[in-house]
Each structure stands twice: as structure tokens, then as C-alpha cells.
Write a protein that binds this ligand. Structure first.
Ligand code: MG
Length: 281
């Protein structure tokens, strides 16, 4: 049987909370697609469970089977409305910070004054998050953080992205083997999916690691030119250009933004999708 593990980012990918317009029927079609028995739905987001619940209340989106939250620092299974935390993932990623915990890393980075700690609600056991002004050259700052981590034998994954609405940089520090891509691949292995049965959709900097990996990915049309270029370059460098699709729009009257782009991308990789959604028979 055809199977699909459909993984999607939320903000400005499935959720139409950007400046570009959303096609009218796109979210309804998305819901029809994920209601198919062949589809397992996963939300992959920087949000924590509370903010994801807020998205459920604010937008009409289907409840997923799994959630990769905190940019890949935690995995949950959703059974009806119950969130079940996956300790297997915590065990897998916990060793990479060595003897250090969240509070210890915070102390190590205290001397870097350009790092402004995010709110307590945005921190989690394996995610240390900072705001960074966009006036600061972030490459130098990331080098500085990397150096401090290396000097203390901490294996960390630094995830840089930009909140365009708030016009601020976001730095998330996770264990070296945690992140959106790593969590998707972990889930794939645990659930027994192959690469050709998985599609990921995203729009921003923290999605690029998946866009440039062997995971089949779609970049929605509302993504910025910088992200489109960076995703293309990274995919080329990693030899994964055939696993990256940029939504163009003009697909069954849909504009390629947000959930329209997800549908277009999934249809690019899986022929059946068009007949599932548009067949008159
Ligand atoms: Mg996003």
C-alpha cells in the first residue's frame, strides 16, 4: 500500500500567518488529504505544546498523529487530545551535551552580551533559546558560541533563523544530534518509513537542514528569496537537489503559498495525490 509520512512546519507553512494571501480552499483540501488512511501527519515546529494548542484553537487545522516540537528538541505522539511525550528521543539526544544541562550551558554563554535569553516558556530541557538583534553580524556570534561549546566538549547543534514579523534573530542551541531533520529521521526509523514515503514542507531558516537532506521536501512559495537561495545552495552542496521542490503556484488554481504549496509539493512526489483530491469518479 502507498504510505505517506507527511511532515510539515506550522508558522507560515501550514498556518497562513504571513503577509502573502492564502488560497481560499487550500486548508480544506489539506484536511481532506491528511484524512486519508494512507497518511500519517506530523507537525514539525519551533512551537512548544502550549503554543501548538493555541494554533489548533486559532486556525482550522487537523490534529496530527505526532508532533516534533521545540525545533526538534522533543517528540510527542498525539492520541486524540492527549499529548504523550517520547522519552526514547530524550534518551537518544541527551548524551551529546556531555555533563552539561540547560542551566550549565546558560552560564557558559553568559559572557556573550549580544545573546538575549528568550522567555522561560520558550526554553525546554534540550533547547536553549536566545534572541539576537539583526544589527549584529550573526556569523561572528555563531562562531563565538561554537568556540565556547567546543572548548567545553559540548556537542551542540546551533539553529539560526529570523522571525520576520518581529524582525529579530532566533538562536536555538540543541544537542548535536537533535533538530528537525534528525527528529524526522528518528521518527521514520521508529515507524518504519523509507525516504520515498516521506515529504516535509517548510518556509524558513530552521527548515533548511531538512530541505538539504535526503528527505523529500517542499519549500512553500511564500518563503523569502534568501531562504529559497540558501535551500537550493545547501541541497546542491549535499547532492540532494532532487529531494527539494520549490512550490510555484498555478496548481489547480492554488497559489503555492502555505498549504497550497504543501499540496503542490506532495503531488510532485506522489502521483496519487491529484486523483485523491481532484478525481470526479
Ligand atoms: Mg515556519
Amino acid at each position: 500500500m502507498t504510505r505517506l509520512l507527511l511532515c510539515t512546519d506550522l508558522d507560515r507553512t501550514l498556518l497562513p500567518n504571513g503577509t502573502q494571501p492564502e488560497s481560499e480552499q487550500a486548508r480544506e483540501l489539506f484536511s481532506q488529504l491528511v484524512a486519508r488512511p494512507e497518511v500519517t501527519l506530523v507537525y514539525v515546529t519551533g512551537r512548544d505544546p502550549m503554543l501548538i494548542e493555541e494554533a489548533f484553537n486559532e486556525y482550522t487545522i487537523p490534529r496530527p498523529d505526532y508532533v516534533i516540537a521545540d525545533v526538534g528538541a522533543s517528540i510527542y505522539q498525539l492520541i486524540h487530545t492527549k499529548w504523550q511525550h517520547w522519552p526514547k528521543w530524550d534518551n537518544h539526544i541527551s548524551r551529546l551535551w556531555g555533563a552539561y544541562c540547560h542551566a550549565d550551558l546558560k552560564l557558559l554563554l553568559q559572557p556573550i552580551r549580544e545573546l538575549e535569553l528568550q522567555e522561560e516558556s520558550k526554553q525546554s530541557a534540550y533547547k536553549l533559546s536566545y534572541y539576537v538583534s539583526l544589527q549584529i553580524p550573526h556569523e561572528l556570534l555563531l562562531q563565538n558560541v561554537t568556540r565556547i561549546m567546543a572548548e567545553n566538549d559540548v556537542n551542540a547543534n546551533l539553529i539560526w533563523s529570523i522571525d520576520e514579523q518581529k524582525d529579530i534573530g532566533l538562536l536555538d542551541i540543541l544537542p548535536g544530534n537533535a533538530g528537525k531533520r534528525e527528529a524526522i529521521e528518528f521518527l521514520m526509523t521508529q515507524l518504519g518509513f523509507n525516504y520515498d514515503e516521506v515529504v516535509f514542507a517548510g518556509d524558513s531558516g530552521n527548515d533548511i537542514s531538512v530541505m538539504s537532506s535526503p528527505v523529500q521536501a517542499v519549500l512553500v512559495a511564500n518563503a523569502s528569496e534568501e531562504v529559497k537561495q540558501a535551500a537550493r545552495q545547501q541541497a546542491e552542496a549535499n547532492g540532494c537537489v532532487h529531494q527539494l521542490y520549490l512550490a510555484k503556484g498555478d496548481f489547480h488554481g492554488l497559489n503555492g503559498n502555505y498549504s497550497s504549496g504543501i499540496l503542490e509539493g506532495v503531488a510532485h512526489y506522489m502521483n496519487q495525490v491529484e486523483s485523491w483530491l481532484w478525481s470526479k469518479t
